[in-house]
Design a protein around this ligand. Structure first.
Ligand code: C2E
Ligand code: MG
Ligand code: MG
Length: 446
């Protein structure tokens, strides 16, 4: 077989171009085939650079290439397979098998046919193909599709394959598809949600572990969707990060916090410091900097009343620029806290060089702690280092009295966690803590 292929000369006649079929023809025949077998595979091939071939090589070469590919692929077709060229650079294949490894081999064979002939026609240049495929098997609970569903989902698989370079075959994966549908839904909803005020301000207390007095609060976003369903940031922030919407949301939360502090003051309540969270890119947005100025002025915020919780990753690869930005917002009267320290690729270098006013140690440390665990040793070391650098520390995730005792014994300045309170709506926080003493409020732990 191999030898036969090596010797095979590409078809240069344009005859194959007369054999164009419609998608409808394919659909009918695939439907008939699917009735005969308990399953099968539908695949679509697209050529990557087809648009440019006519321009770069001329139309005649483009036609010869297409004719050559059609005939090379057809030569590889087995008896129980269908191969349809439906125009342009689009080829449909049906295979009467559903085992992925077998199917993959078959699809690779079609691709090989196409690339080999392209090399001969284009004189040492090669085109590449991307291919979407979907398998269906009537004996499977998850992968039993009608032909119509296969023809829809295969387009999605094709789009996924296109995202990768070179010759790429992508099998439709129902799980991934569902996840992406949800993500797209989140994306479609976010603008509306912002304008409808669905992003709500929640607050969680920050507490002095020695006196158990309220020291401040962290602002956390909650998405109340239509119908009253709540979504936590862990579910939507990753999508927002990808779309860039997270900076817009951070801006909204900053404004909410500014308004809250203003309202406290108006009600005669002495504000406590409040932190807001920033996504990795937020501080690099000009519009966020402008909002910082606007909030400070419009809501008459005192210096040090709002802390910006940044992520260490905002400085990766650009420590100088990051420090310039921090310097700028600090001059405006904001404080800087580094959130989730120790959760990612924490670097002591970044800790030492970034100009921060507070270090928040990730809750993962407390989760992993036992009397002689490494987490405990690392936690002790980080707290000591922060003290040497003159940076106050906050430990996140304090859930038990034992956690609190540890945090206290290490000399941490502040604790945050469910032991004191879960995050709650800003109005509840105002009633429960601000109207009962604010900074004087003392937590009672039973
Ligand atoms: P974070 O800034 O580290 O916030 C602390 C998270 O830990 C919060 O989760 C809080 O509810 C949770 N937490 C607090 N105490 C405890 C405890 O004792 N035990 C446990 N198991 N969890 C505790 P949440 O509200 O789901 O937020 C998750 C993350 O989402 C936040 O982590 C923050 O990175 C991000 N986030 C929240 N709001 C915003 C926002 O407005 N903007 C941006 N960019 N990110 C936000
Ligand atoms: Mg935070
Ligand atoms: Mg954190």
């Amino acid at each position: 077989m191999k030898e036969k292929l090596e010797k095979w000369e590409p078809e240069v006649s344009l005859e194959p171009l007369k054999d164009r079929k419609s998608l409808h023809d394919f659909q009918e025949e695939a439907e008939r085939a699917l009735k005969k077998f308990p399953g099968g595979t539908v695949a679509i091939f697209n050529m990557r650079q087809f648009k440019y071939i006519n321009e770069c090589y001329g139309r005649e070469t483009g036609d010869r290439l297409l004719a050559g590919i059609i005939s090379a692929m057809k030569q590889r077709k087995k008896d129980n397979e269908l191969f349809y060229w439906i125009g342009g650079d689009i080829f449909y294949v049906f295979i009467n098998r559903w085992e992925r490894s077998y199917v993959r081999q078959r699809l690779e064979s079609y691709i090989l046919g196409g690339t080999k002939v392209s090399e001969k026609i284009l004189k040492n240049s090669q085109v590449s193909f991307y291919c979407g495929a979907i398998v269906s098997y009537s004996g499977s609970k998850e992968e039993n599709y009608s032909l119509e569903q296969m023809l829809t989902h295969v387009m999605y698989a094709l789009a996924k394959a296109k995202e990768y370079p070179g010759n790429k075959i992508w099998f439709f994966d129902a799980e991934l598809h569902k996840k992406e549908l949800q993500e797209n839904n989140v994306e479609l909803q976010m603008q509306r949600a912002l304008s409808m005020g669905e992003f709500e301000l929640y607050l969680q207390p920050k507490v002095d572990p020695l006196t158990r007095c309220l020291k401040g609060a962290e602002a956390l976003v909650r998405w109340r969707m239509p119908g009253g369903v709540f979504m936590s940031p862990g579910e939507f922030m990753p999508v927002f990060e990808r779309t860039g919407f997270s900076s817009r949301l951070d801006q909204h939360m900053l404004q909410e916090v500014g308004r809250l502090l203003y309202n406290w003051r108006k009600q005669g309540l002495k504000p406590i410091p409040v932190s807001v969270n920033l996504s990795r890119r937020t501080l690099y947005e000009e519009s966020y900097i402008r909002t910082l100025e606007w909030v400070k002025e419009n809501y008459q915020i005192d210096d040090g009343e709002i802390t910006l919780e940044i992520l260490e990753s905002m400085a990766f690869g650009n420590l100088i620029k990051a420090n310039e930005l921090l310097e700028k917002v600090k001059n405006m009267g904001y404080l800087i806290s580094m959130d989730d320290f120790g959760s990612g690729y924490s670097s002591l270098n970044v800790l030492a060089k970034l100009k921060i006013d507070e270090l928040k140690i990730d809750q993962a440390f407390l989760r992993g702690i036992t009397a002689d665990s490494r987490e405990k040793l690392i936690l002790e070391t980080i707290v000591r280092l922060a003290k040497d650098l003159n940076i106050p520390t906050v430990v996140e995730g304090v859930e038990t009295a034992d956690h609190e005792e540890l945090v206290r014994s290490l000399g941490c300045d502040c604790a945050q966690g469910f032991l004191y309170s879960k995050p709650m709506p800003a109005e509840d926080f105002t009633d429960q803590f601000m109207k009962k003493g604010g900074c004087q409020y003392k937590f009672q732990i039973l």
